[in-house]
Each structure stands twice: as C-alpha cells, then as structure tokens.
Design a protein around this ligand. Structure first.
Ligand code: AGP
Length: 619
C-alpha cells in the first residue's frame, strides 16, 4: 500500500479491544481492562476463550455490567474481549463481538470499518457460507477460517491483503489455546509485555494496572502473542523487532477517588492540570516561552506566515480561542477549520504554513484525515495532544503534550483548559519571536501563572453554581451567547450542556442573535450570557437587555465586582478578573460545573452519555 493511499485511508469505528495470553485468569483481567475502555463505546460487550478445544463466547448488549453478570467462575488463559460502539449492524447480542466464523473455529474482535465487506460477504455467500450477523467483522472471521491450514498467523497474514479499510483485530482459533494474533491498520493497538503474560489493547490506559512496558504496532503490522513471547511482522510478513516503551501515567489517574463521577474529578483536576501544562515551558524573567518538544527551529517558526488549526468538538473550541490569540497577539494570519469539513477541501498550502492539530485522544478520524491531507501537501504539523503514542502524535512532526493525565469522562474538561494553556504558551512564544516585548511577555505569563489559583476560586463557588443548575435544569432549550474570546467559550459551554445534560443548548455569537435566533427566546428558553470580555462588555450587556426584553431568564457570567449586571441579570456567576485572552479558561470551568450539576439534577449518565464515546474514531 503506497503512502498516499494510506494517507487517504479512512479510520475506524470507536470500540475497545483487549486480548490476553498468560497464566492468570484472563476472563477476570479482560473484564477489568474493558472497564478502563468502556468510555470508548458501550453499546455491547463480549469475550471469547478456548475450553476443551472449543470456542466459548459470552456477549451482552448494554453496559459492561450486563456481560459481567453472565460470567461466574470460569477461568481461561487465552481470552479476547470487546466493548462496542455500533457502526455496521444494530445493537444486538448477535452483532456484539467476538464474532465467530460459520464453523465456530475462529473468533475475532475488531475496532475498525472494513470498506469492502459487502463484496467479500457476497463472494463468501456464493461459496455457501451462511452469515449470522450484520457486522463487517464476520467476513474477517470467515476468511481466516477458509485460509487456515494449521497455522493461524499465516491464515491472518493471507487474509489481510483481501480487506480494505481500517482495523485493529485480535484473533483466536480453537486449535491454538496458547496464542492470539493481532493486526493493526489505522486503528490503535498496543501490546503490553508482562511477566509470563502478554496483553493487547486499543489503548495503553487499559493495561496500566498490569504492565508499563508496551510496544505500539504501526500500520500494517501483525503480531503473534503468547504468554512468554511476542513475534512481530511487517505487512510484507517479514519478522521485525521494535523498541518497547515505558508508560508514564500513574495508575491512580484511572480511578475517580471520592468523586461521584470521573467528570467531576477531572473538573477538579484542572488547577493541577493547568500547572502541569505550564511546567518548565516558560521563563518569567525573560518573559518568554521555550517548548523543547517542538523540533522546529526558531528561524523556521519565525518564517511561519500562516497557521491552520484543525480540530473537532471541544478541541475545535480551543482552536477558535487560539485563532483569536495568534492573530491578535502574535499577528499571524490564522484559520480555524472543522476537521470533518476541511478534509473534503483541496487546501492551498503555501510555503510557511504551519498546522496545529488539536486532539485530546489523538485518534479522531476526521482530524487525522485532515492532517494526512495537509501533510501530503507539505505542511508542517504540530499536534496538541494528551495521549502518548496515539496516531496523531505519530503522524505529526512535533507534539505538544497536554500532560493533563488520562481523561476518562466522555465530555472533555481538563483537556480543554490544558489545550488553552498550551496554546497560550505557544502564542506567547510566537509573539516573542516577532514583536512582543520582554515586559509584555512577563505581564502575560504573570497573568497565566495566576490561572490555577483562579480556577480554584471558581471551584469554590460550585455550591452557588449547583443552586443555579437546580433552578434551570428543567429547561429544554438554552442559548449561550458571547463575543470575541467569549464566543468560542459559549460554544463550549453549550456543548457541555448538550453532551451530559441532554439540554438543547445553542452557542451563538451574541451579535448574531438579532439576525434570527432571538425569535426563539421566551420565558422557557434561558440565556447564559458570557460577559467576561472587557472589549465587548458593553455590547454583550445590550444583548442581555434584548434577551430580557423577550422574557428569557438570563444568567450572566462576568468578572468579579461587576455591579452593573447585578441589576439586570436574573442570576450572576462571577469569575476572577484576568486578561480577556485567559478568561475562556476560568469561564469554561464555571460552564463545566453548570452542565455537570444540570446533568446530575436530570439523572443523566454523566461519565458515559448516551450515543457518545470518548474517542470519535469514526468518520
Ligand atoms: C468534548 O466534550 C467531546 N467529547 C468531543 O466534542 C471531543 O472534543 C471531540 O470528539 C474531539 O475529540 P479529540 O479532542 O480527542 O480529537
């Protein structure tokens, strides 16, 4: 497969796969590790193992706990397990992975999308194969069973060239109770090396409690894993060796401590997360920033003529803030692009174009596709990412890690404020290379250093915000409005309320309300006005008055000490005074708390909201 075709490759669905070969009880381990990946997709779950020469499978729709209820005291040393976010095929037990071939000899779990599965299915049906599921994965199982002549690895190697699309698969065969074959193409897959045991999973977080020594498979590679061995092969089926890597995150990140939800824990992680994002990346005495992780010279950074930011969802909102900052502070023309739209354009990439690809997971299909297109046109890519070893970090020329620690809650919180912190530092660095004075740099960095404490102050008013949530949680519609740096922030606040409280919240440029949406305001549709922007404050206050005139109850988020809005708004949330460029960070924390408490009041499933998954790796 040549590089361009691989660049264009689609990326995969969003499921979690796990495989184990070892001497412990692989079934218990599988359930434990699936739990760490359940946020990737939770429509159904299943596992398979070999007992007395037969394949045994257990599968259940819904949450992982439904599968756990089916498992009593069985043990097994060679197990594959899967948690599914449905792409091909409805959410049914039959369509839950693992998927078996027609002869019940081969079991496969798969994270990905096989683009040519219909054609393969028709060919196999013509040969008399009966299919039992609607999944694309079933063609993989049947192809392997047909190609199997006693060597499972060889059967998988012969199968791979027949399929197109994206996959991370794990395969077991009833004749081989001590081995599992794994293969990767565009979907993430990591192998964990234990003592007398070997793991494979979609992401390292699933393995952190069992091993820190990992091998990341690259595109087209396969491995045969056994309890005490890992044999690696490239797509030409030649044996290869790879460097093992050490996982850095701590195991406690994967627990929620005393918090009711991971989401709440991660909201409260933010003062430390922002400190981590800043750590050893700036020198206040010189009023400047040093980001050693960027392997691009100062001269090359100075030669940057345009910045293109590509991202999705919350990361896109961080990109919008960065777009304002880079133009206003560093004076660099910047465009912020929705990845899922940008990838269909034929982008013009002139000399001096720098791309910032923002992705917490580093696995978002649309952003990966946009990056590969930009790379194919010669752009330099800097990833802003939170996951070590993720696909984006491997595709980029340099990566600025957020250092936020694992973000388990599906709705992004600490990653967002960490992204804003890293992007602010990047902006200061670019500005200091150009025209920003030392004094200006020192002033900006001094304000940034205050942010962790200011986040703490916002967290301290959580009881007040919870009261507001109790008052407004029954609303089914909400408008979030803001201008300038508060515009991306209002988009983010609205997204939080949608995601976890299932409230139809719309983020809108405050100045645009009069061009139509104001027709929707009434006493049942509250307005959350983000007024913490000194340059546009008066204008937004006018918008607040317009909302009030339409009987929309108004919550105003503003800087502490604002005496004007207390007379106009129905409710006020005050955040500490800071620079306009930094207000999105503390304002976002208030919006996160508001969304969290509204969701709690409405009894929503906060950590795993319906229809969502943490890593959106489907196009
Ligand atoms: C954010 O709360 C959402 N979970 C979602 O919008 C997310 O930001 C988006 O899918 C992008 O994910 P990424 O940062 O991992 O690329």
């Amino acid at each position: 497969m040549n590089r361009i075709s691989r660049l264009k490759k689609t990326v995969t669905s969003m499921c979690g796969i796990f495989a184990y070969v070892g001497t412990r009880n692989g079934i218990r381990l599988a359930l434990d590790c699936l739990k760490k990946m359940e946020y990737r997709g939770y429509d159904s779950a299943g596992l398979a193992y070999i007992a007395d020469g037969n394949l045994i499978t257990h599968k259940a729709v819904g949450k992982l706990r439904n599968l756990e209820k089916m498992i009593d005291d069985q043990t097994a040393q060679c197990v594959i397990a899967h948690t599914r976010w449905a792409t091909h095929g409805k959410v049914t037990t039959e369509n839950a992975h693992p998927i078996l071939d027609a002869t019940q000899s081969v079991a496969v779990i798969h994270n990905g999308v096989i683009e040519n599965f219909q054609q393969l299915r028709h060919e196999l049906e013509r040969e008399g194969i009966t299919f039992r599921t609607e999944t694309d994965t079933e063609v993989i199982a049947n192809l392997i069973a047909i190609l199997y002549k006693g060597d499972l690895l060889q059967a998988v190697q012969e199968m791979v060239p027949l399929i197109k699309g994206a996959w991370a698969i794990a395969v077991i065969h009833k004749n081989h109770p001590d081995e599992c074959i794994v293969a990767k193409n565009s979907s993430p897959l990591v192998i964990g090396i234990g003592v007398g045991e070997t793991f494979a999973a979609s992401e390292p977080n699933a393995l952190i409690h069992h091993t820190r020594e990992v091998i990341y498979l690259s595109e087209g590679e396969l491995a045969r894993i056994k309890a005490n061995s890992v044999e690696l092969f490239d797509e030409a089926r030649l044996p290869i060796t790879k460097q093992t890597e050490q996982l850095k995150h701590s195991a406690e990140e994967m627990s929620k401590g005393d918090f009711a939800h991971y989401t709440l824990k991660e909201i409260y992680d933010q003062p430390q997360a922002v400190r981590n994002a800043m750590l050893s990346r700036f020198f206040e005495d010189y009023g400047t920033v040093a980001m050693d992780e960027i392997s691009i010279s100062a001269a090359a950074l100075l030669a940057v003529k345009r910045v293109v930011i590509v991202a999705c969802g919350t990361s896109l909102h961080a990109g919008l803030v960065a777009g304002y900052m880079l133009e206003e502070i560093a004076r660099i023309p910047t465009s912020v692009e929705i990845s899922s739209e940008f990838r269909y354009r034929n982008p013009i990439v002139e000399d001096g174009t720098l791309v910032l690809a923002i992705s917490q997971s580093g696995e978002t299909a649309d952003t990966l596709a946009a990056v590969r297109e930009l790379k194919a046109k010669g752009a330099t890519i800097i990833a802003i990412c939170n996951v070590q070893g993720s696909t984006l970090t491997r595709d980029a020329d340099s990566t600025l890690f957020l250092r936020a620690g694992t973000e388990v809650g599906v709705c992004s919180t600490k990653a967002f404020t960490s992204q804003l912190t890293v992007l602010t530092l990047f902006t200061i660095m670019m500005a200091r290379l150009r025209h920003m004075s030392k004094a200006e740099g020192q002033e900006f960095l001094s304000a940034l250093k205050e942010i962790p404490e200011q986040i703490q102050q916002v967290l301290a008013i959580a009881p007040h915000i919870e009261k507001l949530a109790d008052k407004y949680a029954s609303a089914n519609d909400f408008y979030f409005i803001g201008r300038r740096y508060m515009y991306p922030t209002c988009l983010e606040g609205a997204l939080k309320l949608k995601e976890i409280a299932y409230i139809n919240a719309c983020g809108y440029a405050a100045g645009e309300m009069k061009h139509g949406p104001i027709a929707l305001l009434n006493e049942k549709c509250p307005t959350f006005a983000l007024c913490a922007d000194t340059l546009t404050y008066d204008k937004v206050v006018s918008n607040v008055m317009e909302s009030k005139a339409r009987h929309s109850p108004v919550i105003c988020l503003t800087f502490a000490g604002d005496t004007r809005l207390t007379k106009i708004a129905d409710d006020i949330i005050e955040i500490p005074m800071t620079r306009d460029e930094l207000a999105p960070i503390t304002a976002a924390v208030a919006c996160q708390l508001f969304a969290y408490y509204c969701a709690k009041k409405r009894g929503a499933d906060i950590d795993q909201p319906r229809n969502l998954a943490k890593s959106v790796t489907v196009e």
